[in-house]
Design a protein around this ligand. Structure first.
Ligand SMILES: Cc1ncc(COP(=O)(O)O)c(C=O)c1O
Length: 384
């Protein structure tokens, strides 16, 4: 009577929460959790203050508010190069998380294999496990976290039904290239797989070249579910707004599941969020500038401490190789950084099934500049 369901066997909560508690206990700087602590755009906050009493406070249609769906479709067309019919090919969801969960539940059966690129985002793995699917990790090759065709082929078995592609990648910051995505297309076509993307960091990148959505790559157009959301692009993770788009028949099933799980995404916030989706290009340039400055600051702080941060192409994380600390693994590295430097990070083990290639930690730089300054002071104390 008092026992949890068996689907929770072997299901551990992310170490992110444990690190947050340890950090609070020592009064440290928390660079562990991927909280998005940049101020939302003023234009959006002003629109919210102006319009909140006038927007619709009831349920929206299961697939989403009509204007929000149109705004998402416009953005997919303008920014991602994906053409969709808003009422039939988009579903508004409770964050990108809700989109991912509804997509897995709607399109896959228990026991189906899902190829997950390592290092992966922990919630992707949790959902795969929670829904009784079979995770099939494929590791990015070191030292540059490249997605190799052979590795991808080897991960696929007769059970495989889907490949999950997160780009830019949380935690290692890679933006997959046309060649890497063409490899995904080749395998997906050969084995008749669906591709589920997570492009939540699509506007946060530091290298040249526009964001490349897998759904625009030859061979992936008709088999890809494109997921994104407003949490990171507009710094409003608490609004819980995301979306999934793709082929009509697949979206029709996802809509049924999303309805069943949560009825709809918050209607008033969908309506107000249309103001975010119509912000000019200059907004995104500024967002990238803000993150680029924070990235450089934290990179310099880790480098001064003698450990080697990666050079992320996108996202707001550093994935730091702590080999110089002479520690056995990422857990020990995170412990040293917290004890000596007062800075909480996440051990790399949180992003792999088996031991990672190196003692990595992930550090989030979407925090106020004062927190980065305190982190820099702390990291100086561990210099090796
Ligand atoms: C890769 C990735 N996907 C999804 C999310 C969560 O998105 P949402 O707030 O839209 O559910 C995060 C948040 O850290 C993330 O890193």
């Amino acid at each position: 009577m008092t026992q949890a369901a068996t689907r929770l066997d072997n299901f551990a909560q992310s170490p992110i929460r444990a690190m947050t508690q340890r950090c609070q206990a020592v009064g440290g700087v928390n660079l562990g959790q991927g909280l998005c602590q940049v101020r939302p755009p003023n234009a959006l906050l002003d629109a919210g203050a102006r319009e909140f009493s006038r927007v619709d406070h009831s349920y929206s249609a299961a697939q989403g508010d009509r204007e929000f769906l149109r705004a998402v479709a416009d953005k997919l067309n303008r920014y991602n190069g994906i053409d969709v019919e808003p009422s039939e090919q988009v579903v508004a969801t409770i964050g990108a998380t809700g989109a991912f969960n509804a997509t897995l539940l709607a399109l896959l059966n228990p026991g189906d294999g899902v190829v997950l690129i390592e290092p992966y985002y922990g919630y992707h793995m949790s959902a795969i496990r929670l829904f009784g699917l079979l995770p099939q990790p494929v590791r990015l090759s070191m030292p540059n976290f490249r997605l190799e065709l052979e590795a991808l082929r080897e991960a696929v078995t007769d059970e495989t039904r889907a490949i999950v592609v997160c780009t830019p990648v949380n935690p290692c910051g890679r933006r997959f290239t046309p060649v890497e995505l063409a490899n995904v297309a080749e395998v997906a076509q050969d084995r008749d797989l669906i591709v589920i993307t997570d492009e939540i960091y699509e506007h946060i990148y530091y290298t040249d070249g526009d964001h490349l959505s897998p759904a625009t790559v030859a061979g992936l157009e008709d088999r890809t579910l494109t997921i994104s959301g407003l949490s990171k692009s507009y710094s409003i993770p608490g609004w819980r707004l995301g979306h999934v788009s793709g082929p009509r028949e697949l979206i029709a099933s996802i809509r049924v599941v999303a309805d069943s799980l949560s009825v709809c995404a918050p209607t008033p916030l969908q309506q107000i969020a249309c103001h975010a989706l119509s912000l000019p290009d200059s907004y995104y340039l500024d967002l990238r500038r803000i993150y680029d400055a924070k990235r450089r600051r934290l990179t310099a702080a880790f480098a001064a401490a003698g450990v080697a941060p990666n050079d992320p192409e996108g996202t707001y994380y550093l994935f730091v190789d702590c080999s110089a600390l002479d520690v056995p693994d990422g857990w020990a590295a995170a412990q040293v950084i917290l004890e000596l430097g007062g800075v909480a990070t996440i051990p790399g083990e949180a992003f792999y099934v088996d031991a990672p290639d190196r003692p990595f930690v992930r550090a989030c730089f979407s925090v106020p500049d004062e927190a980065l300054d305190r982190a820099s002071d702390g990291l100086r104390r561990i210099s090796c």
